[in-house]
Structure formats: structure tokens, C-alpha cells
Design a binder for this molecule. Structure first.
Ligand code: HAX
Length: 437
């Protein structure tokens, strides 16, 4: 049993025992009662899912196993002369609840490199796809094609004890994560660089190798990738991509099928596609105003024009957060150090100064502040990744870390098939009538 698997097994064994007692002794206590406006309102705020890897506070933002993003940037190992933490360290933390050592992170980098061979059939699937198919759709199809190697699917077909589910889920999760940078870089180079592919350098860590395969070997870009792939990894369980992975996984679909489901949710414009929408919107603004250095007044006018057209300002607002997203602020901090004179980065910062007041003035937006997607594109573009419709794929590579770590926990806990109850409007009306009688 490998290093991480051993620690994971020891941790989940304790947790399973605790949960058994907790449910036995307190199972009938009520956490939350559900209101009718929540039933019609996208189930906001209903607490009904276990998610161990991270937790979201509306004011503080995300905490991974109790650590905020600034704390992670300080405490997670930065090996290989990195100035940002390696996502390998975050994955270890999400899997075990413990901060890893430098040796743990070095081991995990090597382990993912060893598991990174992508079956040729997956490249053939990608090669067969028309370039007009959105990169996020291509990415999802490539993940589905990777399922050919699912250890869980093969073992289940042979007949496997429930007590082994966690073990094979772990194997699938590790293999899948190891291969995602390779398939996404392949999609990138196929679509945007004439099929001119760059071979993996398996001596590099997971993010540095991704940077290398995308085509930028600078140390700054490698560090950006380490930061980017760390901060996008998880946002507790209720967001659409995470929840979808959890739901699909609850049917005993394997890690690949579950992740592909989550990626189709991430591909929506109200979720992960917002990073593409932000840059398209900024480009439209620059074109409309005829300058890459718009004044605050010009930006304000453009924002009002967008709203008057009935279009949301992309990158702003959130279903849970009520302050500027710490993931936005971490990227801003990085940009201040590395690209503070860039025109597009400055537009992002000026938009940050202007949009919240305008959104507040509408009187209906619950969170006028920027989310993670408001900043990422401008920095990626600075480092040469200029193709906006690839940005959500990069988000997906990172998001896999959190949702797949949680899938390991789901299997270790023996989580049941998820099956909430729905109601018709007629039933709600009858309920209101009965409760007012
Ligand atoms: N611009 C204009 N109007 C906005 C807005 C924005 N950025 N954010 C919210 N609103 C509007 C809503 O459309 C809604 O209007 P209606 O009542 O007319 O339908 C009203 O304000 C109330 O919405 P809310 O309760 O504040 O927000 P929701 O929880 O319903 O929605 C969204 C949250 C993220 C979907 C929303 O803020 C939005 O559409 N933002 C822009 C898209 C975006 O950036 N998405 C990425 C979110 C983060 C993420 O998942 N990243 O991957």
C-alpha cells in the first residue's frame, strides 16, 4: 500500500467509527428546516451533504481542512524552488486532514508522474473531434474516454466486495489526476498550436509539467500554474460541479464518469465558464470603447450598458460568498508582483473598483463582489495563454483535485445513493393550505 493510501486508510477508519456513533446517538436531531423560497430558489443554504475536504464561509471564503488561502500559501510545501505551494500538497491535505511534509509532496509528484501514461485510444478520440467543438466539451469527452482504464469498473464487473470500493476508487482517482494535465495540454496544442504537441517532462512537478506542455517554461508561469491549480481545487460540496460529481458518484459510477458529469456543470456560464465570459466581455469593452486603457467613467458606462441589455456582469456575484473572493485576491496579489503594468490586468482592477457600487445600486444583487473568475483570464493572457475558451478546461484540471479527493471519502464512508425528494407546485400549494388551516 502506497504512502498516501496508508495514511488515508488510517484516517478514514477513525472517521467511519465516529460517524457510526454520531448517527446512532444524534441521528434524529434537526439541523435545518427547509423554506418554500429555498425549494423554489435553487436550494440555497440547505445543509444536506457531507463534504470533508473544504468548507465555505460567506464572509471568510473557502477553508481547506480549516486553512484559508493565505494560510495555505504560507504553510503548504514549496519544493523545486517554487514561490507558490504545489497542488500536490493541497491534495494530501484534503485526503488526510494533515499538512504534508516536503517529502510527502515530492513523493506525490513522482507518483502522479509514474501514473501519467494516457491510453492511445484517448488521443484518438480527441484527434477525431472537430475543432469547432468547445474545448470544455472535448475535455469532458477525453475524460470519458479515459474511463477505459477504470480499475473500479473492471473490478466491479468481476465481482468485488463493498469493503474494497475505497481502495479501487483511490487507484482511479490517482490515475485520473495524473493524466488530466496531459489530456488538457493535448487539447490545447491540438486546437490552438496546429497539433504541435510538447512531450511531458516527468521530472517536473504536476503544475510545472502542465505549464511546460502548454508551451511556457518560465518559472513565473510555473508558479502561476501552482497557484491557479491550488486555489480552484475545491469550494465545498454545494457548488454545481462538486455536487454533480458527488451525485453521479453516489450511483457507484466510477471516478471518470463522475468527474465528466461535474465538468459538464463547470462548463455553464453561471459557473466555470465565467472565466471565459469575463475575458470576452473585457475584449468587447475594449473594442466598443476603442482603447485598452479605459477611464473609470468609460468602464462605468460600459457596465451600465451591459446591465441594460439584461446581461449579468461576468465574474461578479456568488451564491454563497458575501465579500471579495479570497481566490480573486490571491490572484490580484500575484499580478501585483508579476504583471502590474499590463493593460488587461489594470482593466480587471478598475472594474473591481467600479462594479460593486453599480451592482449594489440595483438593490437585488446579494453579493456585488468579484469571484475567482474575474481575475484569472487576464493573468493567463499575460503569460501567453490567450485562447479564452480554454480557460474553463484549466479550472477543470484543478477542480478535479477536490471533487476526486471527496469521492475517496464518499467511498470510504460507504455513502448511499443520493436521492432527495422533489415536490410539485400543486403539492406545495396543498401544503400551504393545510398548514394555514
Ligand atoms: N450581474 C448582474 N446581475 C446579477 C449579478 C451580476 N454579476 N449577480 C447576480 N445578479 C442578479 C441575478 O441575476 C438576480 O437577478 P433576477 O432576480 O433578476 O433574476 C439577482 O441579482 C439576485 O441574484 P443573487 O441572489 O445575488 O445571485 P444568485 O445566487 O442567484 O446567483 C451567480 C449567483 C453567480 C449565478 C450570479 O451572481 C451571476 O450570474 N454572476 C455572474 C456569472 C458568474 O460570475 N458566475 C461565476 C460564479 C462563481 C463560480 O461558480 N465560478 O466558477
Amino acid at each position: 500500500m502506497d504512502r498516501l493510501k496508508q495514511v488515508f486508510k488510517a484516517k478514514y477508519t477513525v472517521s467511519v467509527e465516529e460517524i457510526k456513533h454520531l448517527v446512532r446517538d444524534h441521528g434524529t436531531k434537526v439541523i435545518d428546516s427547509v423554506q418554500i423560497d429555498q425549494v423554489f430558489g435553487g436550494m440555497r443554504g440547505i445543509q444536506s451533504m457531507i463534504w470533508e475536504t473544504s468548507s465555505l464561509d460567506s464572509k471568510e471564503g473557502i477553508r481547506f481542512r480549516g486553512y484559508s488561502i493565505p494560510e495555505l500559501r504560507d504553510k503548504l510545501p514549496k519544493i523545486n524552488n517554487a514561490t507558490e505551494p504545489l497542488p500536490e500538497g493541497l491534495f494530501w491535505l484534503m485526503m488526510t486532514g494533515d499538512l504534508p511534509t516536503d517529502e510527502d509532496v515530492a513523493w506525490l509528484s513522482k507518483e502522479w508522474a509514474n501514473r501519467s501514461t494516457v491510453p492511445q485510444s484517448v488521443f484518438k478520440v480527441v484527434d477525431s473531434l472537430d475543432p469547432s467543438i468547445h474545448p470544455m466539451t472535448q475535455f469532458t469527452m477525453a475524460i470519458l474516454a479515459l474511463q477505459v482504464d477504470s480499475v473500479f469498473a473492471h473490478r466491479y464487473e468481476e465481482g468485488m466486495s463493498k469493503s474494497d470500493y475505497w481502495d479501487v476508487m483511490y487507484e482511479d482517482v490517482m490515475n485520473c489526476i495524473a493524466r488530466l494535465p496531459i489530456i488538457s495540454a493535448y487539447i490545447y496544442r491540438k486546437n490552438f498550436h496546429n497539433n504541435n504537441h510538447i512531450a511531458a517532462d516527468l521530472n517536473l512537478d504536476w503544475s510545472a509539467n502542465f505549464a511546460h506542455m502548454l508551451g511556457n517554461d518560465s518559472e513565473d508561469f510555473k508558479n502561476l500554474m501552482r497557484l491557479y491549480l491550488t486555489i480552484h481545487a475545491d469550494h465545498e460540496g454545494g457548488n454545481a460541479s462538486a455536487h454533480t460529481v458527488h451525485l453521479v458518484g453516489s450511483t457507484l459510477s466510477d471516478a471518470y464518469l463522475s468527474l465528466a458529469g461535474g465538468m459538464t456543470a463547470l462548463a455553464g456560464p453561471l459557473h466555470g465558464l465565467a472565466n471565459q465570459e469575463v475575458m470576452d466581455w473585457i475584449y468587447d469593452m475594449v473594442k466598443d470603447l476603442g482603447t485598452r486603457k479605459p477611464t473609470p467613467d468609460q468602464i462605468a458606462e460600459y457596465v451600465k450598458k451591459t446591465l441594460a441589455q439584461g446581461i449579468v456582469v461576468p465574474g461578479y456575484g456568488h451564491a454563497v460568498l458575501r465579500t471579495p473572493d479570497p481566490r480573486f485576491l490571491a490572484q490580484k496579489d500575484f499580478a501585483e508582483k508579476h504583471c502590474k503594468s499590463d493593460d488587461l490586468v489594470n482593466i480587471v482592477w478598475n472594474v473591481f473598483n467600479i462594479v460593486p457600487d453599480i451592482l449594489n445600486s440595483l438593490g437585488k444583487v446579494k453579493n456585488p463582489w468579484p469571484n475567482v473568475d474575474a481575475h484569472s483570464g487576464a493573468i493567463l493572457e499575460f503569460y501567453g495563454v490567450k485562447e479564452h475558451n480554454f480557460y474553463t478546461v484549466m479550472f477543470g484540471v484543478s477542480r478535479a483535485l477536490g471533487v476526486l479527493a471527496q469521492l475517496c471519502w464518499d467511498r470510504a464512508y460507504g455513502m448511499p445513493l443520493e436521492r432527495p425528494k422533489s415536490m410539485t407546485t400543486e403539492e406545495i400549494k396543498a401544503f400551504i393550505q393545510n398548514s394555514s388551516n
